[in-house]
Design a protein around this ligand. Structure first.
Ligand SMILES: C[S@@+](CC[C@H](N)C(=O)[O-])C[C@H]1O[C@@H](n2cnc3c(N)ncnc32)[C@H](O)[C@@H]1O
Length: 220
């Protein structure tokens, strides 16, 4: 099995953040919000946390899909939070979407949230147990969570093949980040072991396609 190769935790380079924000993640990001709705048909209102929100496309889509929710996005990259704030304003949703430029490890909330989502953050994090630990602390008991990320392939060649298959025409900086992210990602077994170690046994890990894993369930 190919070992994990860490990439920088934060996406703090302004050009890197802009290229990421301009990339077309509509299918993935809308799919993520649709998956949340399908998994939790009874959820409709409350305070939702997006950890590692990046340029804020998912918070905007989430706010549109759930008009009775307010969303707090957390990202420690200043350029990402700048782009996210501008996107919320442009969408006319700045009254329901708030951003905090902080590491999720350091975030403290007045009270825990009613749901949490996180897409494509975990592969940036050196110690993934910190993420699952904070997730449980930040979310009210019996609340839904949806966490999705890349799946580490078996070899660098397979990682390159995935980049070529899904990002052939993307700018080089995005292709480079995608490749590095695949190498920094976790396998399904590693994620399952993390959940078991953190006693998050009501969360389930699934592999919906050739390059993603998804964790869903009710946090307790
Ligand atoms: C690949 S982007 C994903 C952005 C967004 N969730 C999406 O799906 O488009 C990962 C983001 O996580 C942020 N990040 C990484 N480590 C973090 C940490 N410890 N605390 C907060 N944000 C972090 C990075 O700065 C980056 O913006």
């Amino acid at each position: 099995m190919m070992p994990r190769v860490l990439e920088p935790e934060l996406m703090s380079d302004p050009e890197q953040a802009l290229v990421y924000a301009q990339a077309d993640f509509e299918k993935e990001n809308q799919g993520f919000v649709d998956r949340f709705r399908e998994n939790y048909p009874n959820f409709s209102e409350g305070h939702v946390l997006d950890l590692g929100c990046g340029p804020g496309d998912i918070p905007v889509r989430f706010a549109r899909a759930f008009p009775a929710c307010r969303i707090t996005g957390v990202d420690a990259s200043e350029p990402m939070i700048g782009l996210a704030g501008a996107a919320a304003k442009q969408a006319g949703l700045a009254d329901r979407i708030t951003y905090r430029c902080e590491r999720f490890q350091a975030v403290s909330l007045v009270e825990p949230v009613d749901a949490a989502v996180s897409n494509s953050l975990l592969h940036h994090v050196p110690n993934p147990l910190q993420f699952w630990y904070r997730l449980r602390q930040l979310v009210k008991p019996d609340s839904p969570v949806l966490v999705m990320d890349l799946l580490r392939p078996d070899s660098p060649e397979e990682a390159q093949a995935i980049v070529n298959r899904y990002a052939a025409k993307e700018p080089e900086i995005l292709r480079r980040d995608f490749y590095n992210s695949l190498l920094a990602a976790f396998t399904e077994d590693e994620v399952a072991a993390q959940l078991a170690e953190m006693n998050l046994s009501r969360l389930i890990v699934n592999v919906p396609d050739d390059r993603h894993w998804v964790v869903s369930g009710i946090i307790h």
